[in-house]
Every structure is written in structure tokens, then in C-alpha cells.
Write a protein that binds this ligand. Structure first.
Ligand code: NI
Length: 197
């Protein structure tokens, strides 16, 4: 009788543990999928030639997307140099990826400034701008935060843009694959890119 009771209690305990572990596991997976599905999506912007460009124009190519601005004192130049260095390491393999720089400062970043800036980092880097609404919508799709930071009494053109500094890798269908944090070593970025291409 006593043995039977112990057996029943053990089975109940085992089922309960399995249930809780399973719920935790599936909850984690569902959460991750949700985050992945939420990054990226359709955008409509303007290239440095003044042409309307959408995410659909890059199908068939991996996109490496970064949001920033040409007046950025150090974060953007560091991130974009890292991308360029990772591309050098990847060599021919990098040709499957289109690097895209989207300005969060369309007010000051003229098409000319964007052209020169993007080209300074990589000859194939695409600079994109757009109306304030278009840029805002693209940033929202990528869950990128940005905000103007201006000192009191400063000249209207004298300000910084606070912004997220992740580099996003999207696959040939425009779907999110991964992102790279600011400060990642070019070797590490290249290693991860080579694995995902
Ligand atoms: Ni920046």
C-alpha cells in the first residue's frame, strides 16, 4: 500500500516537472520567433539618385542594414568601418551582401553627402534617405530608436542624433537573420556572416 502511494506520487511529480519544463521551453521558442519576426519588413525610401527604393528591390541579396547619420562623431564611422573590414575579410563571399546605410537625419544628410559618405566606407554601400515619415517608418520596422539631441540655444543645424547602433543581417527574402552589436570585431562579424551566407 505504501509503495503504491510512493509510486503514484512519483508519477504525478514527474508529469508536473515535464509539463513545466515543456511550457518553459516552448515559451522561449515562441518568444524568440516573435522577436525575429518583428525585426525588418517593408520600407519605402529614396536613394542618392532621388529614386524611390523599397525593401523588395533587394530580394535575392542579403541586406546588411545600419541606421545612422553622416554627422555622427564616432559611433557610425566605427560601425561602418567594421562592416567594410568584415567585407574585406570575406572577400568574394561578401558580394552576396548589399550593405545599406539609412540616415536617421534626412534633414541635414543631403543626397550628395550620403553618396560620398557611403562610398567612403564601401564602394557598394547603398545610402538611403527619405521624408521624415519614411525614415521613421523604416526605423520602426527595424525597431531602431533615434532622437535629436540639441543643447539649449544652439544653432538649429547644430545637434546630435542619439540612435541605436545595431547592424542587421536580412536574408535573400528580406527576413531577419541576426544582428551585430556596436563594437563587435570585424573578424567576428565576418565569421558569423560566413556561417549564415
Ligand atoms: Ni551614429
Amino acid at each position: 500500500m505504501r509503495n503504491r502511494l510512493i509510486a503514484v506520487v512519483s508519477v504525478v511529480a514527474l508529469v508536473l516537472v515535464a509539463f513545466l519544463a515543456g511550457r518553459h521551453y516552448w515559451g522561449m521558442i515562441a518568444g524568440e520567433e516573435k522577436v525575429a519576426a518583428a525585426i525588418g519588413g517593408p520600407f519605402t525610401l529614396v536613394d542618392t539618385q532621388g529614386r524611390t527604393v523599397t525593401d523588395a528591390d533587394f530580394r535575392g541579396q542579403f541586406m546588411l542594414v545600419y541606421f545612422g547619420y553622416t554627422f555622427c562623431p564616432d559611433v557610425c564611422p566605427t560601425s561602418l568601418s567594421t562592416v567594410a573590414a568584415a567585407f574585406d575579410i570575406l572577400g568574394d563571399k561578401a558580394e552576396a551582401i548589399t550593405p545599406i546605410f539609412i540616415t536617421v537625419d534626412p534633414e541635414r544628410d543631403t543626397r550628395e553627402a550620403l553618396t560620398d559618405y557611403a562610398a567612403a566606407f564601401h564602394p557598394r554601400m547603398v545610402g538611403l534617405t527619405g521624408s521624415a515619415e519614411q525614415v521613421q517608418a523604416a526605423a520602426r520596422a527595424y525597431r531602431v530608436f533615434f532622437a535629436k539631441v540639441q543643447e539649449k540655444g544652439a544653432d538649429p543645424d547644430d545637434y546630435l542624433m542619439d540612435h541605436s547602433a545595431y547592424v542587421y543581417l536580412m536574408d535573400r527574402d528580406g527576413k531577419y537573420l541576426t544582428h551585430f552589436p556596436h563594437g563587435i570585431a570585424p573578424e567576428e562579424m565576418a565569421r558569423q556572416l560566413a556561417e549564415l551566407l
